[in-house]
Design a protein around this ligand. Structure first.
Ligand code: FES
Length: 96
C-alpha cells in the first residue's frame, strides 16, 4: 500500500510505500530533506508530524526523546507511513 506525504518545506506531495521511510521516499523524489546517519541515531531528520500516523523502526534514545515524541516529532529516517501524512522538517521558519 502506498500513502501520500505532503512535505510542507518543499511544498511537494510524494508517494511513499508502507515499507519505505519518509526520508527514503523524499530523497527518491529529489527533495533535499535534511538528514545525517539515516539510521535513527543523529536526530538530524527530525520533523513535525503535522498529520497522520507512522510506525517507527528502532532508533537511538539520543535521536528522539519521549518529550519530543509527545510534541509530535518523529524521525523521517525511521518513520514508515500508516496513513497519508503531512510533515515539516525543523529548518522550516514557520515551524512551531
Ligand atoms: S538521519 Fe540520523 S536520525 Fe534520522
Amino acid at each position: 500500500m502506498t500513502h501520500r506525504i505532503l512535505v510542507t518545506n518543499a511544498d511537494r506531495t510524494i508517494d511513499c510505500a508502507e515499507q519505505s521511510t519518509i526520508l527514503a521516499a523524499a530523497v527518491d523524489a529529489g527533495i533535499d530533506f535534511p538528514y545525517g546517519c539515516a539510521s535513527g541515531n543523529c536526530g538530524l531528520c527530525m520533523c513535525k508530524l503535522v498529520k497522520g500516523q507512522v510506525q517507527l523502526l528502532p532508533y537511538g534514545d539520543g535521536a528522539l526523546g519521549p518529550a519530543q515524541e509527545r510534541r509530535g516529532m518523529t524521525l523521517a529516517c525511521r518513520a514508515m507511513p500508516r496513513s497519508d501524512l503531512e510533515v515539516s522538517w525543523l529548518a522550516n521558519p514557520d515551524f512551531d
